[in-house]
Design a protein around this ligand. Sequence first.
Ligand SMILES: *Cc1c(COP(=O)(O)O)cnc(C)c1O
Length: 411
Amino acid sequence: MTDRETCIAQDRTDPLAGLRDAFRLPGDVTYLDGNSLGPLPADLPERLADVVQRQWGDGLIRSWNDAGWIDAPRRVGDKIAPLIGAGPGEVAAADSTSVNLFKLLAGALRLRPGRRVILSEPENFPTDLYIMQGLIELLDRDFELRRAEPDRLADAMDDDVAVVALTHVNYKTGRMHDMAAVTAAAHDAGALMLWDLAHSAGAVPVDLAAAQADLAVGCGYKYLNGGPGAPAFLYVSRALQDEFHQPLSGWLGHISPFAFESDYRPADGIGRNLCGTPPILSMLALDCALDIWRDVDLAAVRNKSVALTDLFIELVERDCAGMGLELASPRDAAMRGSQVSFRHSDGYAVMQALIAQGVIGDFRAPNLLRFGFAPLYIRYVDVWDAAAALSDILRNRAWDDPAYKQRAAVT
Ligand SMILES: *Cc1c(COP(=O)(O)O)cnc(C)c1O
Protein backbone atom coordinates (compact mmCIF):
# COMPACT_ATOMS: atom_id res chain seq x y z
CA MET A 1 0.00 0.00 0.00
CA THR A 2 1.23 3.44 -0.93
CA ASP A 3 1.99 5.80 1.94
CA ARG A 4 3.59 9.22 2.09
CA GLU A 5 7.05 7.79 2.82
CA THR A 6 6.91 5.66 -0.34
CA CYS A 7 6.13 8.79 -2.34
CA ILE A 8 9.08 10.65 -0.84
CA ALA A 9 11.31 7.68 -1.68
CA GLN A 10 10.02 7.74 -5.27
CA ASP A 11 10.89 11.44 -5.52
CA ARG A 12 14.46 10.62 -4.45
CA THR A 13 14.94 8.26 -7.39
CA ASP A 14 12.98 10.33 -9.93
CA PRO A 15 15.30 11.12 -12.88
CA LEU A 16 13.42 14.39 -13.48
CA ALA A 17 13.49 15.53 -9.84
CA GLY A 18 16.18 18.18 -10.44
CA LEU A 19 13.98 20.05 -12.91
CA ARG A 20 11.70 21.31 -10.16
CA ASP A 21 14.39 23.87 -9.30
CA ALA A 22 13.97 25.39 -12.74
CA PHE A 23 10.66 26.84 -11.50
CA ARG A 24 9.73 29.29 -8.77
CA LEU A 25 6.86 27.58 -7.01
CA PRO A 26 5.38 29.05 -3.81
CA GLY A 27 6.26 26.84 -0.85
CA ASP A 28 2.72 26.64 0.52
CA VAL A 29 1.07 25.47 -2.70
CA THR A 30 0.59 22.13 -4.44
CA TYR A 31 0.21 23.28 -8.01
CA LEU A 32 -1.91 20.97 -10.13
CA ASP A 33 -2.97 23.60 -12.64
CA GLY A 34 0.07 23.84 -14.90
CA ASN A 35 -2.20 22.57 -17.67
CA SER A 36 -3.97 25.94 -17.49
CA LEU A 37 -1.10 28.26 -16.59
CA GLY A 38 2.43 26.94 -16.19
CA PRO A 39 4.46 28.30 -13.23
CA LEU A 40 7.15 30.95 -13.41
CA PRO A 41 10.54 29.67 -14.64
CA ALA A 42 13.17 30.60 -12.06
CA ASP A 43 15.45 32.30 -14.62
CA LEU A 44 12.70 34.29 -16.22
CA PRO A 45 12.59 37.45 -14.08
CA GLU A 46 16.29 38.08 -14.67
CA ARG A 47 16.15 37.20 -18.37
CA LEU A 48 13.14 39.39 -18.95
CA ALA A 49 14.66 42.25 -16.95
CA ASP A 50 17.59 42.14 -19.38
CA VAL A 51 15.22 42.20 -22.35
CA VAL A 52 13.41 45.19 -20.88
CA GLN A 53 16.38 47.19 -19.63
CA ARG A 54 19.18 46.38 -22.07
CA GLN A 55 17.43 45.25 -25.26
CA TRP A 56 14.52 47.65 -25.15
CA GLY A 57 15.82 50.37 -22.80
CA ASP A 58 19.34 50.77 -24.22
CA GLY A 59 19.06 49.06 -27.61
CA LEU A 60 15.79 50.69 -28.55
CA ILE A 61 14.76 50.01 -32.13
CA ARG A 62 18.21 48.60 -32.95
CA SER A 63 17.27 45.46 -31.02
CA TRP A 64 14.99 44.29 -33.83
CA ASN A 65 18.28 43.45 -35.58
CA ASP A 66 20.93 43.37 -32.85
CA ALA A 67 18.94 41.22 -30.40
CA GLY A 68 17.32 39.20 -33.18
CA TRP A 69 13.79 40.21 -32.25
CA ILE A 70 12.63 39.95 -35.85
CA ASP A 71 13.58 36.25 -36.03
CA ALA A 72 12.01 35.37 -32.66
CA PRO A 73 8.80 33.76 -34.01
CA ARG A 74 10.83 31.29 -36.08
CA ARG A 75 13.57 30.80 -33.49
CA VAL A 76 11.06 30.08 -30.74
CA GLY A 77 9.13 27.83 -33.14
CA ASP A 78 12.29 25.82 -33.72
CA LYS A 79 12.60 25.30 -29.94
CA ILE A 80 9.04 23.95 -29.80
CA ALA A 81 9.54 21.66 -32.80
CA PRO A 82 11.41 18.82 -31.02
CA LEU A 83 8.63 18.62 -28.42
CA ILE A 84 6.02 17.83 -31.09
CA GLY A 85 7.92 15.76 -33.62
CA ALA A 86 8.39 18.61 -36.08
CA GLY A 87 11.52 19.65 -37.94
CA PRO A 88 13.30 23.01 -38.12
CA GLY A 89 11.31 25.54 -40.14
CA GLU A 90 8.00 23.78 -39.58
CA VAL A 91 6.83 25.67 -36.48
CA ALA A 92 6.38 29.36 -35.67
CA ALA A 93 5.39 31.01 -32.41
CA ALA A 94 2.68 33.57 -33.08
CA ASP A 95 -0.66 35.00 -32.10
CA SER A 96 -3.07 32.99 -29.94
CA THR A 97 -4.21 29.41 -30.45
CA SER A 98 -7.60 30.72 -31.57
CA VAL A 99 -6.11 33.02 -34.22
CA ASN A 100 -3.78 30.29 -35.43
CA LEU A 101 -6.74 27.95 -35.78
CA PHE A 102 -8.47 30.53 -37.93
CA LYS A 103 -5.43 30.93 -40.19
CA LEU A 104 -4.78 27.22 -40.64
CA LEU A 105 -8.42 26.18 -41.07
CA ALA A 106 -8.91 28.84 -43.73
CA GLY A 107 -5.74 27.73 -45.49
CA ALA A 108 -6.86 24.10 -45.31
CA LEU A 109 -10.25 24.85 -46.91
CA ARG A 110 -8.47 26.55 -49.82
CA LEU A 111 -6.45 23.39 -50.44
CA ARG A 112 -9.55 21.19 -50.76
CA PRO A 113 -11.79 23.07 -53.21
CA GLY A 114 -15.17 21.45 -53.71
CA ARG A 115 -15.21 19.93 -50.22
CA ARG A 116 -17.47 21.74 -47.78
CA VAL A 117 -17.09 20.12 -44.36
CA ILE A 118 -14.89 20.81 -41.35
CA LEU A 119 -15.10 17.69 -39.19
CA SER A 120 -14.63 17.99 -35.43
CA GLU A 121 -16.19 16.59 -32.26
CA PRO A 122 -18.85 17.99 -29.91
CA GLU A 123 -16.50 17.94 -26.92
CA ASN A 124 -13.73 19.88 -28.64
CA PHE A 125 -12.57 22.98 -26.75
CA PRO A 126 -15.18 25.70 -27.32
CA THR A 127 -12.81 28.21 -28.92
CA ASP A 128 -11.96 25.63 -31.60
CA LEU A 129 -15.65 25.18 -32.43
CA TYR A 130 -16.38 28.91 -32.23
CA ILE A 131 -13.55 29.70 -34.64
CA MET A 132 -14.85 27.09 -37.08
CA GLN A 133 -18.32 28.62 -36.85
CA GLY A 134 -16.99 32.16 -37.38
CA LEU A 135 -14.88 31.14 -40.36
CA ILE A 136 -17.80 29.32 -41.99
CA GLU A 137 -20.03 32.35 -41.49
CA LEU A 138 -17.41 34.66 -42.94
CA LEU A 139 -16.85 32.53 -46.03
CA ASP A 140 -20.61 32.32 -46.60
CA ARG A 141 -20.17 29.54 -49.15
CA ASP A 142 -22.15 26.58 -47.87
CA PHE A 143 -19.42 25.26 -45.60
CA GLU A 144 -20.56 23.12 -42.70
CA LEU A 145 -19.22 22.15 -39.27
CA ARG A 146 -19.85 18.46 -38.75
CA ARG A 147 -19.40 17.04 -35.24
CA ALA A 148 -18.95 13.35 -34.53
CA GLU A 149 -18.22 11.54 -31.27
CA PRO A 150 -14.66 10.15 -31.09
CA ASP A 151 -15.74 6.59 -31.87
CA ARG A 152 -17.81 7.77 -34.87
CA LEU A 153 -15.21 9.99 -36.49
CA ALA A 154 -14.10 7.47 -39.09
CA ASP A 155 -17.72 6.99 -40.25
CA ALA A 156 -18.11 10.74 -40.61
CA MET A 157 -15.10 11.08 -42.94
CA ASP A 158 -16.66 11.11 -46.40
CA ASP A 159 -15.48 12.85 -49.55
CA ASP A 160 -17.13 16.09 -48.50
CA VAL A 161 -14.65 16.58 -45.64
CA ALA A 162 -11.94 19.13 -46.36
CA VAL A 163 -10.24 19.10 -42.97
CA VAL A 164 -10.50 17.08 -39.77
CA ALA A 165 -9.73 19.36 -36.81
CA LEU A 166 -9.41 17.80 -33.36
CA THR A 167 -7.80 18.46 -30.03
CA HIS A 168 -5.36 15.64 -29.30
CA VAL A 169 -5.90 15.57 -25.52
CA ASN A 170 -9.38 16.58 -24.40
CA TYR A 171 -9.29 19.57 -22.05
CA LYS A 172 -11.98 18.22 -19.74
CA THR A 173 -11.28 14.54 -19.43
CA GLY A 174 -7.73 14.12 -20.66
CA ARG A 175 -8.86 11.50 -23.18
CA MET A 176 -6.21 11.22 -25.91
CA HIS A 177 -6.79 10.45 -29.58
CA ASP A 178 -4.60 7.99 -31.48
CA MET A 179 -2.93 10.64 -33.60
CA ALA A 180 -1.48 8.32 -36.20
CA ALA A 181 -4.69 6.32 -36.71
CA VAL A 182 -7.00 9.34 -36.95
CA THR A 183 -4.61 11.15 -39.29
CA ALA A 184 -4.39 8.09 -41.54
CA ALA A 185 -8.20 7.84 -41.65
CA ALA A 186 -8.47 11.53 -42.57
CA HIS A 187 -5.96 11.09 -45.35
CA ASP A 188 -7.75 7.98 -46.63
CA ALA A 189 -10.83 10.16 -46.99
CA GLY A 190 -8.80 12.78 -48.87
CA ALA A 191 -8.98 15.33 -46.04
CA LEU A 192 -6.27 17.32 -44.33
CA MET A 193 -5.60 16.76 -40.62
CA LEU A 194 -5.23 19.59 -38.10
CA TRP A 195 -4.33 18.84 -34.47
CA ASP A 196 -4.76 21.20 -31.52
CA LEU A 197 -1.89 20.35 -29.15
CA ALA A 198 -2.87 22.72 -26.31
CA HIS A 199 -2.89 19.89 -23.75
CA SER A 200 -0.22 17.80 -25.48
CA ALA A 201 2.90 19.88 -26.10
CA GLY A 202 5.15 19.37 -23.08
CA ALA A 203 2.74 16.85 -21.56
CA VAL A 204 2.66 13.75 -23.75
CA PRO A 205 4.80 12.42 -26.61
CA VAL A 206 3.72 13.95 -29.92
CA ASP A 207 5.17 12.91 -33.25
CA LEU A 208 3.57 14.98 -35.99
CA ALA A 209 6.07 13.73 -38.56
CA ALA A 210 5.49 10.04 -37.82
CA ALA A 211 1.72 10.60 -37.93
CA GLN A 212 2.16 12.58 -41.17
CA ALA A 213 -0.05 15.31 -39.74
CA ASP A 214 -0.58 18.31 -42.00
CA LEU A 215 -1.30 21.12 -39.59
CA ALA A 216 -1.20 21.82 -35.87
CA VAL A 217 -1.65 24.60 -33.34
CA GLY A 218 -0.93 24.76 -29.63
CA CYS A 219 -0.57 26.86 -26.58
CA GLY A 220 2.45 28.59 -25.04
CA TYR A 221 1.18 29.19 -21.53
CA LYS A 222 0.12 25.69 -20.44
CA TYR A 223 2.76 22.93 -20.21
CA LEU A 224 5.30 25.13 -22.02
CA ASN A 225 5.21 27.64 -19.13
CA GLY A 226 5.51 30.76 -21.30
CA GLY A 227 3.43 32.95 -18.96
CA PRO A 228 -0.10 34.34 -19.04
CA GLY A 229 -1.15 35.03 -22.61
CA ALA A 230 2.14 33.72 -24.05
CA PRO A 231 2.22 33.44 -27.85
CA ALA A 232 0.80 30.21 -29.24
CA PHE A 233 2.39 28.15 -32.02
CA LEU A 234 1.44 26.82 -35.41
CA TYR A 235 2.82 23.99 -37.52
CA VAL A 236 2.52 23.49 -41.26
CA SER A 237 4.22 20.35 -42.56
CA ARG A 238 7.13 21.00 -44.87
CA ALA A 239 5.34 19.11 -47.68
CA LEU A 240 2.42 21.55 -47.58
CA GLN A 241 4.23 24.82 -47.01
CA ASP A 242 4.69 26.06 -50.58
CA GLU A 243 1.05 25.64 -51.54
CA PHE A 244 -0.36 26.82 -48.21
CA HIS A 245 -2.00 30.26 -48.04
CA GLN A 246 -3.60 31.71 -44.94
CA PRO A 247 -5.82 34.77 -45.14
CA LEU A 248 -4.32 37.03 -42.42
CA SER A 249 -1.78 38.28 -44.94
CA GLY A 250 -0.06 40.81 -42.73
CA TRP A 251 3.26 42.41 -43.53
CA LEU A 252 5.40 40.12 -41.37
CA GLY A 253 4.23 37.17 -43.48
CA HIS A 254 5.36 39.02 -46.63
CA ILE A 255 8.46 37.78 -48.43
CA SER A 256 10.10 41.16 -47.98
CA PRO A 257 8.37 43.25 -45.30
CA PHE A 258 10.89 46.07 -45.46
CA ALA A 259 10.56 46.48 -49.19
CA PHE A 260 7.14 47.96 -48.34
CA GLU A 261 5.64 46.73 -51.59
CA SER A 262 2.00 47.54 -52.15
CA ASP A 263 1.01 43.96 -53.03
CA TYR A 264 1.21 40.91 -50.80
CA ARG A 265 3.66 38.18 -51.73
CA PRO A 266 3.94 35.36 -49.16
CA ALA A 267 7.24 34.55 -47.50
CA ASP A 268 8.79 31.18 -48.23
CA GLY A 269 8.26 28.43 -45.70
CA ILE A 270 6.58 28.75 -42.33
CA GLY A 271 7.05 32.55 -42.28
CA ARG A 272 4.02 33.18 -44.49
CA ASN A 273 1.84 32.13 -41.58
CA LEU A 274 2.93 35.11 -39.50
CA CYS A 275 0.82 38.22 -39.54
CA GLY A 276 1.82 41.34 -37.58
CA THR A 277 4.47 42.48 -35.10
CA PRO A 278 5.09 39.85 -32.41
CA PRO A 279 4.73 40.77 -28.70
CA ILE A 280 8.45 40.63 -27.96
CA LEU A 281 8.24 40.66 -24.15
CA SER A 282 5.88 37.67 -24.12
CA MET A 283 7.72 35.99 -26.95
CA LEU A 284 11.05 36.16 -25.12
CA ALA A 285 9.45 34.96 -21.89
CA LEU A 286 8.32 31.86 -23.81
CA ASP A 287 11.78 31.59 -25.34
CA CYS A 288 13.30 31.51 -21.85
CA ALA A 289 10.77 28.95 -20.59
CA LEU A 290 11.56 26.64 -23.51
CA ASP A 291 15.23 26.46 -22.53
CA ILE A 292 14.20 24.28 -19.60
CA TRP A 293 13.37 21.53 -22.12
CA ARG A 294 16.79 21.50 -23.75
CA ASP A 295 18.10 18.25 -22.25
CA VAL A 296 14.87 16.75 -21.02
CA ASP A 297 14.23 13.11 -21.89
CA LEU A 298 10.67 13.09 -23.25
CA ALA A 299 10.28 9.36 -22.62
CA ALA A 300 11.03 9.99 -18.95
CA VAL A 301 8.42 12.77 -18.96
CA ARG A 302 5.80 10.35 -20.24
CA ASN A 303 6.80 7.63 -17.77
CA LYS A 304 6.51 10.01 -14.86
CA SER A 305 3.25 11.49 -16.15
CA VAL A 306 1.69 8.03 -16.29
CA ALA A 307 3.03 7.17 -12.83
CA LEU A 308 1.72 10.42 -11.28
CA THR A 309 -1.74 10.18 -12.84
CA ASP A 310 -2.07 6.46 -12.04
CA LEU A 311 -1.04 7.16 -8.44
CA PHE A 312 -3.57 9.98 -8.08
CA ILE A 313 -6.41 7.80 -9.36
CA GLU A 314 -5.34 4.98 -7.02
CA LEU A 315 -5.14 7.22 -3.94
CA VAL A 316 -8.36 9.12 -4.59
CA GLU A 317 -10.34 5.97 -5.28
CA ARG A 318 -8.90 4.37 -2.14
CA ASP A 319 -9.31 7.31 0.22
CA CYS A 320 -12.46 8.95 -1.15
CA ALA A 321 -14.54 5.85 -1.85
CA GLY A 322 -18.26 6.49 -1.37
CA MET A 323 -17.81 10.27 -1.21
CA GLY A 324 -19.49 11.20 -4.47
CA LEU A 325 -16.50 11.22 -6.83
CA GLU A 326 -16.52 9.50 -10.19
CA LEU A 327 -13.49 9.20 -12.47
CA ALA A 328 -14.08 11.16 -15.69
CA SER A 329 -10.71 10.38 -17.30
CA PRO A 330 -9.77 7.16 -19.08
CA ARG A 331 -8.53 4.58 -16.60
CA ASP A 332 -6.13 3.24 -19.20
CA ALA A 333 -3.07 5.48 -19.12
CA ALA A 334 -2.40 4.80 -22.80
CA MET A 335 -5.57 6.74 -23.62
CA ARG A 336 -4.95 9.60 -21.19
CA GLY A 337 -2.95 12.81 -21.26
CA SER A 338 -1.24 14.28 -18.19
CA GLN A 339 -4.39 15.25 -16.30
CA VAL A 340 -7.05 13.53 -14.24
CA SER A 341 -10.64 14.69 -13.76
CA PHE A 342 -13.29 13.56 -11.34
CA ARG A 343 -16.98 14.41 -11.42
CA HIS A 344 -18.63 15.63 -8.23
CA SER A 345 -22.11 17.21 -8.00
CA ASP A 346 -20.63 20.10 -5.96
CA GLY A 347 -17.39 20.18 -7.92
CA TYR A 348 -17.04 23.94 -7.90
CA ALA A 349 -17.27 24.25 -4.10
CA VAL A 350 -14.99 21.23 -3.57
CA MET A 351 -12.33 22.83 -5.77
CA GLN A 352 -12.62 26.16 -3.95
CA ALA A 353 -12.16 24.37 -0.62
CA LEU A 354 -9.10 22.59 -2.02
CA ILE A 355 -7.61 25.84 -3.28
CA ALA A 356 -8.18 27.40 0.15
CA GLN A 357 -5.96 24.60 1.51
CA GLY A 358 -3.25 25.34 -1.06
CA VAL A 359 -4.03 22.54 -3.50
CA ILE A 360 -4.65 24.33 -6.78
CA GLY A 361 -6.50 22.54 -9.54
CA ASP A 362 -9.44 23.89 -11.47
CA PHE A 363 -13.09 23.36 -12.20
CA ARG A 364 -14.69 22.75 -15.56
CA ALA A 365 -18.44 23.08 -15.94
CA PRO A 366 -20.73 21.42 -15.26
CA ASN A 367 -19.17 19.27 -12.52
CA LEU A 368 -15.51 18.43 -13.15
CA LEU A 369 -12.61 18.71 -10.74
CA ARG A 370 -9.54 18.85 -12.98
CA PHE A 371 -5.97 18.16 -11.88
CA GLY A 372 -2.94 18.63 -14.13
CA PHE A 373 0.30 16.75 -13.44
CA ALA A 374 3.23 18.48 -15.10
CA PRO A 375 6.11 16.01 -14.73
CA LEU A 376 8.84 18.66 -14.74
CA TYR A 377 7.93 19.95 -11.30
CA ILE A 378 5.19 17.83 -9.70
CA ARG A 379 6.48 15.36 -7.11
CA TYR A 380 4.99 12.07 -6.01
CA VAL A 381 4.54 13.57 -2.56
CA ASP A 382 2.44 16.34 -4.11
CA VAL A 383 0.11 13.69 -5.49
CA TRP A 384 -0.16 12.15 -2.03
CA ASP A 385 -0.81 15.54 -0.37
CA ALA A 386 -3.46 16.49 -2.94
CA ALA A 387 -5.33 13.20 -2.56
CA ALA A 388 -5.17 13.50 1.25
CA ALA A 389 -6.51 17.08 1.16
CA LEU A 390 -9.33 16.03 -1.14
CA SER A 391 -10.34 13.16 1.07
CA ASP A 392 -10.30 15.43 4.19
CA ILE A 393 -12.48 18.02 2.50
CA LEU A 394 -15.00 15.45 1.39
CA ARG A 395 -15.05 13.63 4.72
CA ASN A 396 -15.57 16.87 6.73
CA ARG A 397 -17.82 18.44 4.09
CA ALA A 398 -15.54 21.48 4.35
CA TRP A 399 -16.71 22.46 0.88
CA ASP A 400 -20.29 22.94 2.12
CA ASP A 401 -19.78 26.62 2.89
CA PRO A 402 -21.45 29.52 1.04
CA ALA A 403 -18.05 31.18 0.57
CA TYR A 404 -16.98 28.31 -1.70
CA LYS A 405 -20.07 28.51 -3.86
CA GLN A 406 -19.59 32.05 -5.18
CA ARG A 407 -18.45 31.63 -8.79
CA ALA A 408 -15.53 33.77 -9.90
CA ALA A 409 -15.14 34.95 -13.52
CA VAL A 410 -12.32 32.49 -14.19
CA THR A 411 -12.84 28.96 -12.91
C1 LIG B 1 -6.31 26.43 -23.83
C2 LIG B 1 -6.84 26.05 -25.16
C3 LIG B 1 -6.96 26.99 -26.17
C4 LIG B 1 -6.67 28.43 -25.87
O1 LIG B 1 -6.81 29.27 -26.94
P1 LIG B 1 -6.35 30.78 -26.80
O2 LIG B 1 -6.64 31.36 -28.12
O3 LIG B 1 -4.89 30.76 -26.47
O4 LIG B 1 -7.12 31.41 -25.69
C5 LIG B 1 -7.37 26.55 -27.42
N1 LIG B 1 -7.66 25.23 -27.65
C6 LIG B 1 -7.56 24.32 -26.66
C7 LIG B 1 -7.87 22.90 -26.94
C8 LIG B 1 -7.17 24.70 -25.39
O5 LIG B 1 -7.09 23.81 -24.42
